[in-house]
Every structure is written in structure tokens, then in C-alpha cells.
Design a binder for this molecule. Structure first.
Ligand code: ZN
Length: 431
């Protein structure tokens, strides 16, 4: 085991030096200025990092919105605008279940918009404005600049983490987790917000939209902020000077024309269908409050109502969680499975299904489920603990030790299974 780890370290070091060498030599053409610039992070590596973080983003925003027609509509508008932007990366657009009011981009192309934000919109040009603003951040390489400045060499480590993700290598896994967490909380500078606004207004105009869409959303955020939390504002600061700048820019550079798209029937159709599912999501939000105070039967009652109205992956996932807490493992595994069937990128139901199967004594099925979950998010300590338990049960000593020790390295000490994991390790190691 120790020798094997050593070999892994040597391999890691070589690969790291190699990566540093090739990365140090990268020159890229800046998509906006057309000039050659030196960078630590190539576009290809930036795309790789963004891709790797998609499941974490989806998990934190409670799964993708399950209606494929709505997804397609958002994607089509996203592609229409992104195809006209100078930077060629892997653009992807997702609407996610979260009730928060938020939109954000990841390095190299993925853009997320919450259901909660969509519900605050009235017209298609508003959606175009928000998507175009996020495309502005990607085109100006704001994520890459942030990663280069804050992580430097560690980015290479995290890319390395991506390359050997199956090894359960705690330190590398943690570097990637850090990169991932910082990207999901990334707050841009005032200058970067202004740059994304300028680009976004231009991109939406070029795609044929009334560029006032973004401005309308800014004003809505300001009003909403008085009564509720607007998550978008916590990562995209919005001082009055910024609104003023956008207003001036639009009136000076973008003449009013009747040909500009303000709204469409298609957008109204998807908005109506998203509004029709809102009541189900409200039940889930209420249930979440009961779950936090461990009132599982009240939560279960509300989740049943939510599912009767609209069986979203989010509602099934929370009901699975409640069933698991009530030790109804068969029901928990079944609910989690329903969520997985509509959303294969959502980590939480995979974890719940895996744990429930362990509790039911179905160890191989649990391993199968949890190994899939590990490919989505590789730094969850519970995942490693339960995999360790499974592998021990099926007699795979090496994998049991590997997973249990990774679990102990990743945990913050508050999970409740730590002493059991240590006991299992002592037994497995024979002392
Ligand atoms: Zn922004």
C-alpha cells in the first residue's frame, strides 16, 4: 500500500513538472483584443476545469429543471447569442431548480440560470440580457484571470486531480474542491462587472435583442432587494453608478429600432409552464425548513403534496432524504432512483441511493451507485465512508482501506461516523 502510494507520488510529480513546463509556454490570442498574451491556463484547460465543476454547480442549485422543452428554449437563446461572441469555448446553458434569484458562469463556457430568476422575468430580452452578461465574463476570461491570480500552480494540481480522479487522492481532491468552491462563490471586481455589462449589451444587441433587457433586470433586482435576498447581487455587485453607465451606453450607442426583439410567444409559453410548477417547488421549500428542524413527518407530508403537483427531481431527492432519515431505506432508494432517472448530473440522489442500498445490505449495488457519484463530485467525505463500508462488506480490503482513509482525510470531524471508520481501518489493517 505504502509503496504504491509512493509510486503514485512520483508519477504525480513527473506529471506536474510536465504540466508546468507545457503550461509555462502557453501563448493565447486574446479573443477581445486579438493580441497574443501569455497565460498559465490554456483555453483547453479552462474548459476542462469548468466541465469538472458542472456537477457541483448542479448539486448546489438542486438539480437541473426537469422539463426538456424549457431547457431547450434557454439553450437555443444561449447558443444564438454565444455563436456571435468572439471567444470559441464549450458554451452550455442550464436552468436549475433553485428558488434563489441567481445566474452565473463557470470557466470555459457553462452558464446557469435559476428557476427563481426566470420567474422574475417578464420578457425574452431580459433573459437575453442576463445570459449575454454572463457570456461577457467568459469572453473577457474573468474566470481564467481569477484562477491564475489566486491559485497559480495549484490549478495545475487540480487539473492533475481531474486526470487521476479515481485514485481517491485526498490532497489533490481537496485542491480541486477549493478551486470549485471559490469558483462557485466568485465575486468579480467592479471593473470586471462593467466590462461584462459593456460586452453583454453589445452581444445581446448583435443577436437582435433590445439591449435594455439587462437594465430592466438591474432595476428589478434593486426593487427585489428591499424585500428579499437576491443572490445574484452577492456575486455581481450593483452600485447605482453601474446602472447609470449601462443606461448611458445604451442611449449613446444602440439606437432604438422596431426590429429589435423585446419578447416572443415562445418565451411566454415556457414562462407559463415554469409558473405552473411553482406551487410544487414552494411545498419543497417549506419541507426543507421542517427537515432542518428534524420534523420529518411534517416534511414528508409536504413533499407528498409537492410530488402530486409536479414530480421534480428536487422533490424526489428531498423525499428520499426524509425517508432515509426515517430509516425507510427501500422507499428512499426508490425516490432517489426517480430523481436520478431525470437528472444524471445531480449528485445528492446518487449519494442517498447508495447509502440506502448499504443499509439494505445490497453492497454491490451500492458500490455501483456510489462510484458513479464519485465521478460527479470527488470530495464528499460521506461518499468515501459508505464506499469503504461497502468494500469491506464484499471483502475488497484494499479498496475498503483506501476509501475509509480518504473519508477521514476529507471530513471536518462532525460526521458521526469518524470513530467507526477508524475502528474499521484498525480491523482491516490487522491491528
Ligand atoms: Zn457579472
Amino acid at each position: 500500500m505504502k509503496l504504491c502510494m509512493k509510486k503514485k507520488y512520483i508519477k504525480t510529480l513527473f506529471f506536474l513538472v510536465f504540466l508546468f513546463f507545457i503550461s509555462g509556454c502557453i501563448t493565447e490570442v486574446d479573443p477581445l483584443s486579438g493580441k497574443k498574451t501569455y497565460t498559465l491556463l490554456s483555453t483547453e484547460q479552462e474548459i476542462k476545469i469548468g466541465q469538472k465543476i458542472i456537477p457541483s454547480a448542479i448539486n448546489e442549485t438542486e438539480g437541473v429543471y426537469p422539463d426538456p422543452e424549457v431547457q431547450k428554449y434557454i439553450r437555443d437563446i444561449g447558443y444564438k447569442i454565444s455563436s456571435l461572441t468572439p471567444r470559441k469555448v464549450d458554451y452550455q446553458f442550464y436552468i436549475v431548480n433553485s428558488s434563489e434569484v441567481n445566474a452565473f458562469a463557470l470557466p470555459g463556457g457553462p452558464i446557469f440560470i435559476t428557476r427563481g430568476l426566470l420567474l422574475k422575468m417578464d420578457k425574452e430580452c431580459e433573459l437575453a440580457g442576463v445570459l449575454a452578461h454572463e457570456l461577457g465574463h467568459i469572453n473577457a476570461r474573468h474566470h481564467a484571470k481569477f484562477l491564475e491570480k489566486n491559485f497559480g500552480m495549484s490549478i495545475l494540481l487540480s487539473i492533475l486531480g481531474i486526470a487521476i480522479q479515481d485514485s481517491g487522492y485526498a490532497s489533490l481532491v481537496m485542491t480541486l474542491a477549493e478551486v470549485s468552491a471559490s469558483l462557485l462563490q466568485l465575486k468579480f471586481s467592479r471593473d470586471q462587472e462593467n466590462e461584462a455589462d459593456t460586452l453583454g449589451v453589445d452581444f445581446s444587441y448583435k443577436a437582435g435583442y433590445d439591449p435594455k433587457g439587462l437594465l430592466i433586470m438591474f432595476e428589478k433586482f434593486k426593487t427585489l432587494q428591499r424585500t428579499t435576498t437576491v443572490e445574484w447581487l452577492s456575486t455581481h455587485p450593483l452600485p447605482d453608478t453601474r446602472i447609470k453607465k449601462v443606461k448611458e451606453m445604451i442611449s449613446q450607442r444602440y439606437p432604438v429600432s422596431s426590429r429589435l426583439i423585446v419578447d416572443t410567444e415562445g418565451f411566454q409559453r415556457i414562462l407559463t409552464s415554469v409558473k405552473a410548477t411553482a406551487e410544487s417547488y414552494e411545498y419543497v421549500e417549506k419541507a426543507k425548513r421542517y427537515i432542518r428542524s428534524a420534523n420529518y413527518y411534517e416534511a414528508l407530508n409536504l413533499l407528498d403534496k409537492a410530488i402530486q403537483l409536479y414530480g421534480s427531481n428536487q422533490a424526489y431527492t428531498y423525499r428520499a432524504m426524509v425517508n432515509m432519515n426515517l430509516k425507510r431505506y427501500k422507499e428512499a432508494a426508490e425516490d432517489a432512483d426517480k430523481a436520478i432517472k431525470v437528472d444524471r448530473l445531480y449528485f445528492k440522489p446518487f449519494l442517498i441511493k447508495g447509502i440506502s442500498l448499504t443499509k439494505l445490505g445490497q453492497y454491490s449495488e451500492s458500490i455501483n451507485t456510489l462510484e458513479k457519484a464519485k465521478l460527479l463530485i470527488g470530495n464528499n467525505p460521506d461518499l468515501y465512508y459508505w464506499l469503504g463500508v461497502d468494500y469491506q462488506a464484499v471483502g475488497d480490503k484494499f479498496k475498503a482501506i483506501d476509501n475509509l482513509s480518504t473519508a477521514l482525510q476529507l471530513t471536518d470531524g462532525s460526521r458521526g461516523w469518524e470513530s467507526d471508520a477508524k475502528r474499521r481501518l484498525r480491523t482491516l489493517r490487522g491491528y
